[in-house]
Design a protein around this ligand. Structure first.
Ligand SMILES: Nc1ncnc2c1ncn2[C@@H]1O[C@H](COP(=O)(O)OP(=O)(O)OP(=O)(O)O)[C@@H](O)[C@H]1O
Length: 255
């Protein structure tokens, strides 16, 4: 399936290309494990990285990795058919994360945080096993901004996500090439290209948690008054003035 090369495609491709250049996300010889959940974001990521790979002077390899968390009804076969048909190198890891979560989760604690932790651990292990020095995740611009607000409103911390960072295992670099791509562009792009989107089938699949939903509503509200509010919030993440903050570990650094 060739991607539809319309204005939408070009816009997303250019945004991904700019993120790669701005943050040095990809280097010659990289072997990148692309974390594919079966959702619109990671399919977009995989196809865009592949498009750029075919056109870029820098040589790098991709390997799609899906973690099957073991929720009954999860259609890993649909993801696999797509990856096979598109000629991607891939691996689908069957796990019993569902069983572990059912056993370990405390009542009222979030499904998503324990599930994400288990998936992250599995992804790091698999990336090493398949000789990948990088893992690409499908977080997009809205994820960065919502996380920034969530941490300020509910955690009391000034942090979001990094486009590139060394993972806790000290050897794998995690990259997020969709940092400049708004979700509003991914939704029609994924639909028009008929990506076979599947849900993980966990009890909260497809539902943003209440706090994140609230951030989405707040941003949508603000956007009506100020159409560049999201752009401004994203820019704030790369325009930090430590002298004008209150963290005692930072205040001596001149800005
Ligand atoms: N089961 C999985 N297997 C492999 N990678 C995953 C899996 N779940 C999540 N990821 C990776 O983590 C990223 C963020 O996960 P999250 O659950 O927030 O999904 P999302 O924002 O709905 O994105 P998507 O549309 O790709 O599912 C995904 O874009 C993907 O790269």
């Amino acid at each position: 399936m060739a991607l539809i090369e319309d204005a939408q495609f070009t816009r997303i491709k250019n945004r991904v290309g700019k993120a790669i250049a701005d943050y040095d996300l990809i280097s010659e010889g990289d072997r990148i494990a692309v974390a594919v959940s079966g959702g619109k974001d990671s399919y977009t990521l995989l196809h865009m990285l592949d498009t750029l790979r075919r056109r870029a002077p820098v040589k790098y390899e991709l390997m799609a990795i899906n973690i099957d968390s073991g929720y009954p009804g999860f259609r890993a076969d649909i993801i696999e058919d797509h990856l096979k048909e598109q000629g991607f190198a891939y691996h689908i890891e069957k796990t019993d994360h569902y069983g572990i979560i059912s056993e370990k989760r405390r009542p009222n604690s979030s499904y998503c945080s324990i599930c994400a932790r288990l998936k992250r651990g599995a992804l790091y292990g698999l990336a090493q096993q398949f000789g990948c020095n990088k893992i690409a995740l499908g977080h997009h611009m809205d994820d960065f901004i919502e996380t920034l607000l969530l941490n300020q409103f509910f955690v009391g911390s000034l942090k979001a996500m990094a486009p590139s960072m060394l993972a806790d295992n000290g050897v794998t670099t995690v990259i997020r090439p969709l940092v400049y791509v708004p979700e509003s562009e991914i939704i029609p792009f994924s639909r028009n290209n008929r990506f076979p989107v599947v849900c993980c089938r966990c009890p909260v699949c497809g539902k943003a948690d209440l706090q994140r939903k609230r951030m989405k509503e707040l941003l949508a509200d603000l956007e009506r008054e100020n159409p560049v509010v999201k752009k401004s919030l994203l820019k704030a993440l790369s325009n930090v003035h430590p002298r004008h903050l209150m963290d005692k570990g930072l205040t001596r650094i001149p800005s």
